[in-house]
Design a protein around this ligand. Structure first.
Ligand code: FES
Length: 269
């Protein structure tokens, strides 16, 4: 398969997003994967041509990051976290079960049986910073939380059969190539599907709210209450700057509570 004119145009489109065109290399490589199912020699040459750099420079990047694949990936990329926490919580058992169930090893792709609609590439992955939901799996980098060997086998069976699958905290799962296109910066309008953060990730925030804690004050910025939105913070920050400019008020410490020393905040109230 060779890259189409549309893909070349889209590679140029990505490069044009950045003040320094070569900053677009990472999303460009995702687009190559979307089009070709892996990083191909032609894809490397295409990126090099668009960016005016050498194929060796592109190859150096493509071989450094584990999200870029030199072997063809199946319709779905299924990752099992086998890093320490997930491993002890069951990740190792899940990975062993899936290897047996799918009859593949690490970084291998299933043969498509007559009853299968889709193929699966299985890979053990490192910590995805989702340890609060260990053991965690991913499908095309979407999270599947609190997995068990049973739910993992059901998941891959559903994917192979073509049943609709949703991440436990995100969008409906698309194919790996479609997901690669999103990583290249071409949205599929599923970003707002599903919750953005689950209860386990919000436990600390709930405790902070219950206790009225705020983030430690940073010099020149107001204290931030637990859960206060970034827009609100930006607006408050702008208001504060304006007030400081207009009235030249003294920057005395706010009566904020501190996460690292709640007692300090209690004293201040
Ligand atoms: S150890 Fe698995 S997500 Fe952190």
């Amino acid at each position: 398969m060779s890259l189409t004119q549309t893909t070349y145009d889209e590679l140029r489109q990505i490069a044009a997003r950045y003040p320094e065109a070569r900053s677009g290399l990472l999303p460009m490589l995702h687009l190559v994967q979307s089009a070709e199912g892996r990083i191909t020699p032609e894809g490397i040459e295409a990126c090099a041509e668009v960016l005016g750099i050498s194929a060796a420079e592109v190859s150096g990047v493509a071989t450094f990051y584990t999200m870029y694949k030199r072997k063809p990936v199946g319709d779905y990329h299924v990752g099992v976290c086998t890093n320490t926490l997930c491993a002890v919580m069951g990740g190792d058992a899940i990975f062993e079960r899936l290897k047996d169930h799918l009859e593949v090893g690490n970084d291998e792709t299933t043969d498509r049986r007559p009853e299968d609609k889709h193929s699966i590439t299985l890979e053990h992955i490192e910590c995805n910073a989702a340890c609060d939901y260990a053991p965690v799996m991913t499908v095309n980098w979407e999270f599947m939380d609190d997995m068990t060997p049973q739910s993992a086998t059901q998941l891959v069976d559903d994917l192979r059969s073509g049943a609709e699958v949703s991440s436990t905290r995100g969008a409906r799962i698309c194919t790996w190539r479609e997901a690669e296109r999103v990583l290249a910066g071409f949205p599929d309008d599923r970003a707002d599907e599903g919750p953005s953060a689950g209860p386990a990730s919000l436990v600390g925030l709930g405790i902070a709210r219950e206790n009225g804690w705020t983030a430690p004050e940073v010099e020149g910025r107001p204290a931030v209450a637990a859960g206060q939105g970034s827009r609100e913070r930006a607006a408050e920050s702008a208001d504060t700057s304006r007030a400081e400019t207009e009235t030249k008020v003294d920057e005395s410490p706010a009566d904020a509570k501190h996460l690292d020393n709640p007692a300090k905040g209690d004293d201040a109230q």
